[in-house]
Design a protein around this ligand. Sequence first.
Ligand code: FES
Length: 159
Amino acid sequence: DEESPQPSSSSSAPLDSHYIGRREDIVRAGRVTRQLNGCRDVLVLHHQGQIYALDMRCYHAGGGLQHGDIEEFNGRLCIVCPWHKYKITLAEGEGMYQAVDNPTVRPLKTQWRSKGVKQRVHQVTELSGDVYVTLNTSPEDIESDRYQTDKYRTKPNTS
Ligand code: FES
């Protein structure tokens, strides 16, 4: 059952962490999605040697980030939501937007700015080639939380 992968060694995995899979398998797949704790859909992805975990559905309107391209904006790696092209930093979950420096100066010059954290990102731990994710349970509201309700959640695997 690929929904219940087993770590090769769980001796020192962080408390409350969820085993995702072997690093080599995640690198090969590029992206995997998992429902953790039976209630949170998380995208785990590999990019340029680094593994990231974040809420699977975009904070804007719930687009599936597992289908997004990864691009750099102003030196920050972002996933670009396939629905309306919002850019979200992989490491922090910040929404990025292009701000106009001075609207009276032509041609208009824009700069990438952050809207702050909009997408909940989760902690990734690697141990002996095993990858674990610890859910970020910080109490503040993060906009992507609203797409983790029953309405949007994939049905738990009951078989
Ligand atoms: Fe992601 Fe709109 S749903 S940009």
